[in-house]
Design a protein around this ligand. Sequence first.
Ligand SMILES: [Zn+2]
Length: 754
Amino acid sequence: MKLLIVKMTAVLFVTAMFLSATLSAEVMIVEDGEALAEVILPEDPAEDEQLAADELVEHIEKISGVQLTVVSGDGADGDRTLIRLGAAADEALENMILEEGDSYSSFALVADDAGISIRGLNPEGTLYGAYELLEQLGVRWYMPLDIGTVVPESSSVALDYQETVQVPSMVWRQLQWLRYSPPQEYRHRLRLFGERRLTGRHGMPGDPPRGTGRNQVCISGDYAEGALEAVIGALRDRYEPTDERFDVAMGPRDGGGHCQCDGCLELDGDAWDPLGGVPAVSDRYIWFFNQVLDELEDDYPNMHIAWYVYHNYMMPPENFEPNPRIVHVFAPIDLDRTRGMDNPMSPDRHILRHVVDGWVAFDPNEMYYRGYLNNLACPQFPYSQVDRIKNEIPALYEKGLNAARVEVIFQSWASTPITPYLVSRVWWDIDTDVEELLADFYEKFFGPAEEPMSSYFQELEAAFRDTPYHTGSSYLYFPIFNEQRRDMFRRYIERATDMAEGNNVNPVYAERVRMIREGFERLELFLDMIDARNAHDFESAHSIKGEYLELTDEMIDRGWVVEWERRRGGYFNRFFRSAVVSGHHRTVEEGDLVKGLPDEWDFLIDPAEIGEIAGYYREGVLGGNWQPLKTTSLSWSDQGLHYYKGDAWYRTQVTIPEDFAGREIYLWFGGVDNFAKVWVNGELLGTNREPKHGLPGELGTFRPFDFLATDAVRFGEQNTVAVKVTNDRLAELGTGGIISPVMFWSPHDEDWTP
Ligand SMILES: [Zn+2]
């Protein structure tokens, strides 16, 4: 953004000082509870101009208790200072703006001895100029909750003399809330919107014929003809010929299933996607988009195609040069969804720089930013992404990414209170001093508790930024929230609570600290529940789960955690609930724990798939290059395996207590990512693909399952448990292998069935 503030000349300032000691370079709006200004709207104001007037009146009244009058056209009271809005302000302001840029939401705000004028290049700009004025008065809209707005109180309101022009950095700014929809006015207050762009879409217009993989189109036409004709026909039907710029969104459907016909494979050549470990298909799509643009060039010379650079079409093409009218929308879902691309703790995310540079080399007309601004697949625990917002967004802007539409699958204010505000300010002004903005937030939002709360958030950011974890999503909580950090965070929050609840303190500060405190307590309950689960103490785990769900309910009712988390599809229910319920059912309600298996097993990867031939499942001691690997306390990604895909083996030895002899014994797994084949003492019990006994009827990484093992176990002796895991896809949590506890248990009723 280009920000221009021309101060009053020194000469004028000195003259004013001579005239009166109290006269300063400010426009008085309210003085000692008396209105000195009124708001002027044009006749027939546009919706955003009217909103600008309403917002000014509402917030100045909140500050001072004084309600300004709003008049239209020339109905002004001659004695009062005028705040002219939009078309009621001097048209010359538009020329001031145009000297700096012509971006859609730009505005000029002028305050001098002639009053105040705010005018945008369009009504949205005028509205954002009004927000700028209110922010200069100290108003902040951090979140759309009663406690989320900060309004200072004062009997006088004055605005500094200025000539301010603001032109937003990102031409379009959208937070795409998928499970939560804040009020429109909150989005305006964050200055989102701008010049609307399309930023890609999954799927092709015209429903072209699918290829061999069924999910995706046969791009080459070798296996199924007619893709090009279908897409071109659909676009000709949809648009009249025009020289105007417009964008069409298209791309592969979400998911895999790319056509494997000879023609399509030939378009891809030897391109490879190193992260997914699969062939890259970018080339075939670039070839196709080039054809579409060429075919339509005569009638639509300024048509652009916006598409997601995503998944295994993220790597730049090797065989075809993209038409500059292809708009690349970077949506790197596989590249560390937490940290920024220059963070040395995240070599994965560094690949984004390589990817973007590769596409920039083709000199496209435009490129856009997508991604995630919350922790995908996490039940909304405390989280911080300042590193990405502060460093990555400006670095990508420098490379030419000038529009942003980023997914926020959830927005829970107790976990990420500041992210939407922060990112919207950086999109507006890429040179925003993020640390200054954060310091302003701690001060204004937490008042007397500023110091411990700023320490809390800074340490939270440092933990996410500097911990060398690998896994994304919820599993990163185990390395991040170790005992030492949990103690530290708890101390900050306790101190903040004391300070915010002091005498004569506005109760809003205590309520804000409480929101953050409960967000942290909710995480602690989760971690305690997981610890109990990992220790096979399902009685405790189940009871903590009850407390966790109760607190979650209360926080949802207050709007602090998003409602979706209490539904069946919420992430806690999807990933963590089943193992606790199932374990409790088996070891407390209907049976007894016989023996919990350890966290650490012997482990061997088997990319050549020779384990069954070599007999890795056999009982007793087995030689070979086995390494210790943790199962419940760390994911395999966090133990040096990155996103390993393929076969791997786990082995361990346990003694089954003699006193269970004569009872039925089951071997239970809390969850394996994603297929398990299980032996006890060399005897095959079954797989979770086709379970022979017991659960699951439902397949899935986060579903418990068990096998009847009575005939395979030996009481009072060592037993060998061997598990072959086949991991063939990247789970949302970035895990792999055994990820939940394993145990032998025995039902009270010998006829028990799952
Ligand atoms: Zn094909």
